[in-house]
Ligand binder design. Structure first.
Ligand code: HAM
Length: 441
């Protein structure tokens, strides 16, 4: 049988030394740990929602006329005839869980973060996959520009912490239910005479949801669409004040923002603030993070009217950005001790010491795979072990254990005390650790 291959647009995240650099598990662990630490430091608590939910949830939240709902959902019917979707984004599920579990019962503001797989049936290319990963935050109950800035700052801070510097912050206001009808009318009037030059999708959106037209990726359409009037010129007084406040707060925090009047985002739930963080050198899929305010979503989803703001970052795109700026994660831990078995009769002593060290939190390995010492030594060196510990042989028979420093090559035989090899190695380990600390290593 020919070996089965992974599905197009999905990726394996592999141990170091295999596959593409951005799909190494050490890098992912480092990025996810950094995100988690940072989100916790901003007061966000972790939430994990199911990877599949009812189709209705996404159609209702993301919007029927969006590309995500029209073309990109992995939708299926299960054995119970339920209409289900592999989640294309995280906000809808978090909002559902927030309402269902009454997460807003105690605090006026719920700060939640998540990371995990998302699924969109897009045409795969660099930075665009069918299964991809997001890190997202939702600040539910956060009513004003202070919360918008908190969310934007969190993503900015994360990128700075990970050494990603060549980024731009773009912001816009997409208004609210009061001022958007006027903007729709302004757009209709503006494009009435140029409809023939637009694609079939755009012409359909002109009638059904004209704001979505601005989101069209077709280059010929973009040339026409870029002449659209700015939404910020049609804002109502309340949205205009919030838009001014957002700009003032970002400026006060020295965040270098630019206003992008055509930033509408690909999801329908946004009100007022929309933002994206774009990287200059990761290719066509340059938006690393995006989000905004969604004050109407919770009320429209069966919850009490609650303002909210959030955002999500694409982890693959983040790692591409780190790669393009030559950022590497700290080196992965290496084994302190690697056991080399010289005599098979001593295997049980080796195993006992191995598990006793691990039980005390010491990284220990057995360089297995061959009876030959040279091969075991090569395996120990590939693992990057600090010390090789020889089990068996003449010294062992004489009651000693031979330990080789893999860096200097120096080796020394130590008498094994009556309390046993593991206890001796633990003492050796703590002695070595103390010496390293004293030398500031
Ligand atoms: P989004 O802009 O659709 O927003 O996705 C956020 C990020 O996910 C994008 O900026 C991008 O980095 C990454 N991304 C999206 N699609 C793909 C793909 N096919 N392959 C690789 N990466 C991708 C949302 O999903 C909103 N839920 C964000 C949000 C949270 N708004 C409020 N709260």
């Amino acid at each position: 049988m020919t070996a089965i291959q992974k599905i197009k647009g999905t990726n394996d995240i592999l141990p170091d030394g295999f596959g593409e650099e951005i799909f190494r598990s050490s890098l992912w662990r480092f990025a996810e740990q950094t995100m988690t630490d940072l989100a916790l430091r901003y007061g966000y608590a972790e939430i994990r929602t199911p990877i599949f939910e009812s189709a209705e949830l996404f159609i209702h939240s993301v919007g029927e006329e969006t590309d995500i709902v029209r073309k990109e959902m992995f939708r299926f019917t299960d054995r119970g005839e339920r209409d289900l979707v592999l989640r294309p984004e995280g906000t809808a599920g978090v909002v559902r869980a927030w309402i269902e579990n009454k997460l807003g019962a105690h605090d006026p503001v719920s700060r939640l973060f998540y990371h995990g797989q998302m699924f969109r049936a897009e045409r795969p290319q660099k930075g665009r996959y069918r299964q991809f990963h997001q890190f997202g935050v939702e600040c539910i109950g956060g009513a004003d520009a202070r919360h918008d800035v908190e969310v934007i700052m969190l993503f900015w801070d994360l990128l700075q912490t990970l050494g990603v510097k060549r980024i731009r912050l773009e912001i816009n206001s997409v208004g609210c239910a009061h001022c958007r009808p006027q903007y729709r009318e302004a757009l209709k009037a503006h494009f009435a005479s140029s409809l023939d030059g637009l694609c079939a999708d755009c012409r359909e959106r002109y009638d059904k949801n004209i704001l979505r037209m601005l989101d069209c990726k077709n280059p010929a359409c973009q040339e026409i669409l870029c002449t659209a009037p700015a939404m910020t010129a049609s804002l109502c007084a309340v949205c205009a004040a919030a838009w001014q406040e957002l700009q003032a707060r970002l400026t006060a925090l020295h965040l270098p923002w630019t206003a992008n009047p055509r930033l509408v985002r690909g999801l329908d739930y946004y009100t007022r603030t929309a933002f994206e963080i774009v990287h200059d050198s990761i290719g066509a899929q340059a938006t690393i993070a995006g989000g905004g305010r969604y004050d109407g979503l919770i009320g429209a989803s069966g919850g009490a009217d609650t303002p909210a703001v959030g955002g999500a970052l694409g982890i693959e795109r983040l790692l591409l950005a780190m790669q393009s700026e030559s950022r590497t994660p700290p080196a992965a831990p290496v084994p302190e001790y690697c056991f080399i078995l010289l005599d098979e009769n001593c295997e049980s002593q080796l195993e006992e010491a191995l598990y006793a060290l691990r039980a005390r939190g010491v990284f220990a390995m057995h360089a297995e795979g061959s009876k030959q010492i040279a091969k075991q030594m090569r395996a120990a060196s590939r693992l990057g072990a600090r010390y090789a510990v020889f089990i068996g042989g003449d010294e062992w028979q004489a009651g000693d254990v031979l330990i080789k420093d893999m860096q200097s090559g120096a080796q020394k035989a130590y008498p094994v005390p009556p309390c046993g090899l593991a206890a001796f190695l633990l003492e050796h380990f703590f002695g070595e650790t103390m010496r390293r600390i004293e030398r500031g290593l």
